[in-house]
Design a protein around this ligand. Sequence first.
Ligand code: B4P
Length: 191
Amino acid sequence: MLNLILFGPPGSGKGTQAAKLVEKYQLIHISTGDLLRSEITNETALGLEAKSFMDKGHLVPDEVVIGMISSKLDDNPTAAGFIFDGFPRTIAQAEALDNLLEFKEAPIRALIEIKVGEEELKKRLLERGKTSGRPDDQNLEVITNRIQVYRRETSPVANFYSSQDKHIEVYGEGTIDDIFNSLCAVIDKLA
Ligand code: B4P
């Protein structure tokens, strides 16, 4: 089983690259952002709770996202592996993920961090905001807050996996295809 975390700040290309990687490596894509947005669209109680956090650029509470991941893993018992996109975003989520995967005897093989500078992140997210309909992409203050939350609460997750010797960095500015090729070169060495 090939279990990978695609990691990086908002707008670094996690969702974009995950969509291409799952096709090539036949893995299941789990994006907590997409799962939460689908709960919002379906107007579930979970979605209503999540929306109030997401619209301000805050993280949704750990127990909510950990529960979603757990049921997604249960839904795919025969998967060749998973690409986790946007998860884990806190140390508590990383510890919960390691525990869930221990049951499957299929630990995370690598956390691949996509490195992109702050100005480029803001540019990409504002650009997406023109067409995505996502409230969190349409306001520079919210975008800046998301990047700060990433630096403060999420970036320590990379150190958590560094200490397990699983942290790999890939340069994330350039064309989508160039970055995809860099990611594939890294993954091919792991497979
Ligand atoms: P996410 O849905 O994970 O959103 P994201 O970080 O903004 O997206 P991503 O990084 O995947 O976007 P991409 O670069 O592909 O999270 C949204 C919110 O949900 C969070 O703020 C939080 O509130 C909540 N949430 C999600 N997971 C959570 C968790 N685990 N715990 C707590 N809360 C959680 O795309 C960005 C844009 O860049 C696109 O328009 C794309 O086309 C463009 N782009 C990509 N690569 C490019 C390139 N090389 N060049 C130019 N443009 C590029």
